[in-house]
Design a protein around this ligand. Sequence first.
Ligand SMILES: Nc1ncnc2c1ncn2[C@@H]1O[C@H](COP(=O)(O)OP(=O)(O)OP(=O)(O)O)[C@@H](O)[C@H]1O
Length: 450
Amino acid sequence: MPDLETLWQYICDEFNKKLSSISYNTWLKAVKPVQFKANTLVLEVPTALHKDYWKANLSKQVTSMIADSIGQKINVIAKLPEEPNPLDTTSYAQKDTSAARDPSRPTFMRETKLNDKYTFETFVIGKGNQMAHAAALVVAEEPGALYNPLFFFGGVGLGKTHLMHAIGHQMLANNPEAKVKYVTSEAFANDFINSIQTKRQEEFRKEYRSVDLLLVDDIQFFADKEGTQEEFFHTFNALYDDKKQIVLSSDRLPNEIPKLQKRLVSRFKWGLSVDITPPDLETRIAILRNKADADDLAIPDDTLSYIAGQIDSNIRELEGALVRVQAYSSMTHMPVTTSLAADALKNLKLNGKTNEISIAVIQDKVAKYYHVSISDLKGKKRVKNIVTPRQIAMYLARELTDASLPKIGHEFGGKDHTTVIHAHEKISGALETDTDLQRAINDLKSELKK
Ligand SMILES: Nc1ncnc2c1ncn2[C@@H]1O[C@H](COP(=O)(O)OP(=O)(O)OP(=O)(O)O)[C@@H](O)[C@H]1O
């Protein structure tokens, strides 16, 4: 029997021949071989979705690949990093490997316009979007089969639209005949209303119900649109019954969208919901590097790191900052350096709304968000459900205003500046791992920047 390394190398080589480079990078590169013993190969995979896909698909392929080459039957087990190695237990019994699947034409006839730039190739994978990316790839490769509907949710500017377009491109690359339709929920609503006004409802239905892939972006805007929801319900059912792939996106989970009909909420949960969380610093730098290279901009690494350090939650703004730095450099005829970037982005702050955010507004928004009173935020109570919002408010005051530490302390009922530093450190530290907190901060920042 081969040893672990030889076996894994063989498997990688075989898949390299069979799979596209995107699939290979997604499913094989992210995997760590852990152990090969008693005809069982244990692999460590990064997310639950990888595990699911290995179980449902790749493990079997490996088994037959090895059977064909050395005539030996092996089992393949994919485990998450936090799960124990099944070979470590003495009473190891083969677990059930069956996949745990979760369950002047009218405007609406217009051609789907997918943005050429939004492809899998240009999408930078990081911790916050790894699972969403893998799910996107699954539905592009096997539409209608595994995750239907696929539902992306997450904060503004984090790549939901990019991934939806990437699915469309990939599906068309695999099957140029496929009918792919991308719309925002607003465009869907407009098309529907238009079809009623022009008495072309039949055509509308035919158009939307005959696609192979329907991508509907930002469905939170369906709230309040009763008639559109009704129509979408029927569109959804028709496509779903036909095993056509549906991909949806929203800034929040279906059950958190106000006034979304319960029957839609429950259908949206039939498939897979994956969230996208803000990128960490390394991912932000990688995104900027890619963008700079794509636009042929010569920008030093330390400057990219500086820019990535300034904008932490919205990739659209991150890209905007890069464009601003470049424009500033052209205007001033100076090369791009970190100090030039600092100047360019300082102007952004002065011109933008960032400076208009006051500590009082932050306190108000945080108090409402966490259902506590402003006097609690300023007070001394040490209970957790008040301490955390208080620290979050101090953190945001430090991040989003130019107020000095003593001034922030003063605004929070006369606290010492070291309390503000402590709060800032506590929240910054927790943000590295706590996805609920990341989402809350993201929501609050978007709310404050409105
Ligand atoms: N992982 C990534 N790699 C490269 N570019 C990215 C990535 N994520 C987002 N972007 C870029 O950031 C910009 C904003 O992304 P996108 O429009 O997809 O966000 P969104 O989540 O759909 O936002 P919204 O909620 O406003 O609809 C796009 O230019 C996109 O290409």
